[in-house]
Ligand binder design. Structure first.
Ligand code: PA5
Length: 429
């Protein structure tokens, strides 16, 4: 099973030299390994998968089984790092229109009254359960949505029935959500203090919703464990995750301020949202950082393609390609060929998508002078996906320290919250 990271440069002066980075990378890796148990450093994710508590995994599976057998819809209530990872995995593995009769919906990530009221109206007629996820237990969007869901459940089933339909993932011992869960008797799963939201997909934050969606979490965890070995070497020449981080750093230092994560499948849009949060919240600070954006091709080639090909030259692309789709479609032959498609009749759609990616990479990298980094993974399943998420987290942490920023805090996010609370009249603001 392969996982290839290729670097295609067009600017010949920008040759990546291992020796320019290997010492820095070694030191940063040593810091990550050494500090991973320090609760103030949020590096608890580094070896979480290989040390996971098996009773915890069993209790997650039991909760998921209970929900799947007794309800028809799950509402995942959370925002940012508290829901994007789970959504990325669920949509990538199950697709955007899954046949599963147990549906998964996402709530608590917006203050939009339209979305909120339509969601509540929809849920009124569903037998739904809730996984509420919040590390702090006090995030406004999630708390409002959860209050509304709790009210609806209590109206439908009474307090005891509502409690059966709710599970929470939060910090143990602190925050409003934890206190409420204790008081009301909700199931609680722990988000460890030394893991931040955007690095938490391997904890119950991701595992519980993923298991509820019917995905094999043992294989997902196994992918993470494999990745810990594969992308754990302190030696740059042997570690593709660190090579990727060094490559990003090299490009950034040479005026490429924007990275576009390119995928060729709409079911990977949630992955792109997760990836953008991971990089932008981790590394955009102290007036530094790559701005990571995303695009779904070939769709966006018909909107953004012109800019990428011919616009300002400050972006590079990271193209994520998964081969061997489980489901494929053959383009049918048509006798009169009025749509002029017979030249690709009997070909699989995956073949056409692949040729589109090859043509695009060549157009952008060779004709457009847009550096392309290609990450090619042979299969899109829970195992490989786990590997890729860990690869990204390890690369992102390295990229942050190469930039000399702390990739595990997010001081900038607090400023809008303070303003909002003041405007809303919250006590103490
Ligand atoms: O990655 C992060 O730290 C953030 O995106 C948080 O996950 C997000 O703000 C939600 O916070 P909380 O889990 O405390 O509700």
């Amino acid at each position: 099973m392969s996982f290839e990271v290729g670097f295609e440069h067009v600017n010949k002066n920008l040759v990546f030299k291992v020796e320019d980075y290997e010492e820095k990378v070694r030191k940063i890796n040593e810091f990550l390994e050494y500090e991973r148990t320090n609760p103030n450093n949020y590096i608890g994710w580094l070896h979480y998968a290989s040390h996971i508590n098996h009773d915890l995994v069993e209790s997650i599976k039991k909760q998921a089984k209970y929900f799947r057998e007794n309800y028809d819809t799950l509402v995942v209530c959370g925002i940012g790092g508290s829901y994007l990872g789970a959504r990325a995995v669920i949509e990538a593995v199950n697709g955007l229109m899954p046949q599963d009769k147990f549906k998964v919906l996402y709530f608590g990530q917006t203050l939009d009254p339209n979305y909120t009221s339509q969601m509540l109206a929809y849920l009124k007629h569903k037998n739904f359960c809730v996984v509420c996820i919040s590390k702090s237990g006090t995030t406004t969007e999630t708390s409002i949505a959860f209050r509304l869901l709790k009210d609806l459940l209590e109206k439908k089933h009474g307090k005891k029935g509502a409690a059966d339909a709710i599970a929470c993932v939060t910090s143990i011992g602190k925050g409003a959500l934890y206190k409420m869960a204790q008081k009301e008797g909700y199931s609680v799963f722990e988000l460890p203090v030394n893991i931040g939201g955007r690095y938490s997909v391997i904890t119950p934050v991701g595992l519980l919703p993923i298991a509820c969606a019917g995905i094999d979490i043992d294989r997902f965890i196994a992918g993470f464990v494999r990745a810990e070995e594969k992308f754990g070497s302190p030696e740059l020449s042997q570690n593709p995750a660190y090579q990727y981080a060094a490559e990003q750093n090299l490009l950034y230092n040479n005026g490429y301020n924007i990275e576009l994560l390119v995928t060729y499948e709409p079911r990977l849009q949630a992955l792109a949202e997760w990836y953008k949060q991971l990089y932008d919240e981790s590394n955009g600070k102290d007036r530094k950082g790559l701005l990571v954006m995303s695009s779904t091709f070939t769709t966006d080639l018909h909107s953004l393609g012109q800019f990428i090909q011919d616009g300002t030259k400050d972006l590079f692309e990271t193209v994520l390609l998964f081969d061997n789709p489980k489901i494929d479609v053959v383009i049918p032959w048509n006798d009169d060929d009025s749509d002029e498609l017979n030249y690709i009749a009997n070909k699989k759609l995956s073949y056409v998508n692949k040729k589109a990616s090859e043509g695009t990479i060549s157009a952008h990298a060779n004709d457009g002078n847009v550096p392309n980094i290609i990450i090619e993974i042979d299969t899109l399943d829970e195992y490989k996906f786990g590997e890729f998420l860990y690869f990204s987290m390890r690369a992102c942490a390295m990229a942050g320290y190469l930039l000399n920023v702390n990739p595990f805090n997010q001081p900038g996010v607090e400023i809008y919250k303070k303003n909002m609370f003041k405007l809303l009249g919250k006590k103490g603001y």
